[in-house]
Design a protein around this ligand. Structure first.
Ligand SMILES: *Cc1c(COP(=O)(O)O)cnc(C)c1O
Length: 350
């Protein structure tokens, strides 16, 4: 008998590499290439470190209120956490307590199965079709819950929102989580449906469209009852998930609608340009409504291209996994960064 027999053994999630060296073009974790809103930069300079001697507000009021204002919902419809990873983990813990399996695609955000394993939630991964689209009928059978990233990651493909609504409608007895980490880049949100369906949780993040991955702010919307259950679990787990700077800076970031819209549209423009260039170079991909393109080359292997870029100080993301090992997920950086990427690809493929 050893203490190790009593250990909860898990296979952890592998985050994208965060290289320590400078002069690298980092297109591997879908970070936003632009800085956070100017008010965030300013407030950080003037932050009073003395205030840190106290605990932060456990209800996260300033941030919850700013989010509720921006999206025109009530504060009781909003939950916040330490990145959407924290929000999603808390949601898995709160809503998935059935003996039936929780359903999500085989190719999707690779944290879902990690949380399911961690919390001992039964789950079933449903293969996407060959073109990486979701067949919604696969989600109509008996289950313990449904998780859909929309647009999906890492495929970038968007499921039309009436199809998402059909999944929600067909599953009234379980919670359906829609992970909208990328919805701001041209996808459509199911947020308006929280009034119509009490089993819907919509999860979003400051990490991509709001340039604050390092601050760790995520949030979710749902009917008031759903959010209350989530809050009960949060307060049973850790009262102070959000730190003071995150609460203050997050609330400032979300108030600057103009900056948000400007930077998002810059990324969308760059993305559309990059799509054309990649197509011209012989890449194929599902149409992306995100800040990345998930592309496969007609001739060269994913690994060859990945290694070549890496040797040239450009990092993209690649998974050595069935069905997607020839694909590269390329985040959309600034125009200058993408020009260098395209030039290097031309050198290699041309
Ligand atoms: C980036 C991402 C998240 C996590 O983002 P946080 O930084 O934890 O807010 C969640 N889901 C998907 C699909 C993502 O791509």
């Amino acid at each position: 008998m050893s203490w190790e027999e009593n250990v909860r053994k898990v296979v952890p999630y592998t985050p994208g590499e965060q290289p320590k060296v400078k002069n690298i073009i980092k297109l591997n974790t879908n970070e936003n290439p632009y800085p956070p809103a100017p008010a965030v930069v300013e407030a950080l300079k003037n932050m009073d470190a003395e205030s840190f001697k106290k605990y932060p507000d456990p209800t996260c009021d300033v941030l919850v209120e700013a989010i509720a204002d921006f999206y025109e919902v009530d504060k009781e419809n909003v939950f916040v956490g330490v990145g959407s990873d924290d929000v999603l983990a808390m949601a898995f813990m709160t809503f998935f307590n059935s003996d039936k399996p929780v359903l999500f695609p085989d190719i999707t955000y690779s944290f879902y199965d990690v949380w399911a394993e961690l919390f001992r939630i039964p789950y079933k991964q449903i293969p996407l079709l060959d073109d990486f689209s979701v067949r919604i009928e696969d989600y109509f059978g008996e289950n313990g819950g449904v998780v859909l990233a929309n647009p999906n990651a890492p495929t970038g493909a968007q499921l039309p929102i009436d199809a998402v609504e059909e999944v929600i409608k067909r599953n009234p007895d379980v919670v359906v989580i829609v992970d909208e980490a990328y919805a701001d880049f041209g996808g459509q949100s199911v947020l308006p449906l929280i009034d119509k369906y009490d089993n819907l949780l919509v999860v979003q993040t400051f990490s991509k469209s709001r340039s604050m991955a390092g601050m760790r702010i995520g949030y979710a919307f749902g009917c008031k009852k759903l959010i209350k259950y989530l809050l009960d679990v949060k307060f049973a787990y850790n009262s102070y998930t959000m730190n003071m700077p995150a609460l203050e800076l997050g609330s400032l970031a979300i108030k600057d609608r103009a900056y948000f819209e400007k930077t998002v549209s810059m990324i969308v423009n760059t993305r559309e340009r990059v799509k054309k260039e990649l197509r011209g170079l012989g890449f194929e991909f599902a149409d992306s409504k995100t800040n990345f393109v998930f592309a496969k080359h007609k001739e060269k292997s994913g690994k060859e291209i990945f290694d070549y870029l890496r040797a040239n100080n450009i990092i993209v993301r690649r998974w050595d996994a069935p069905r997607i090992k020839e694909h590269l997920r390329i985040s959309i950086g600034t125009d200058e960064e993408m020009d260098i990427l395209i030039a290097k690809l031309k050198e290699f493929l041309g």
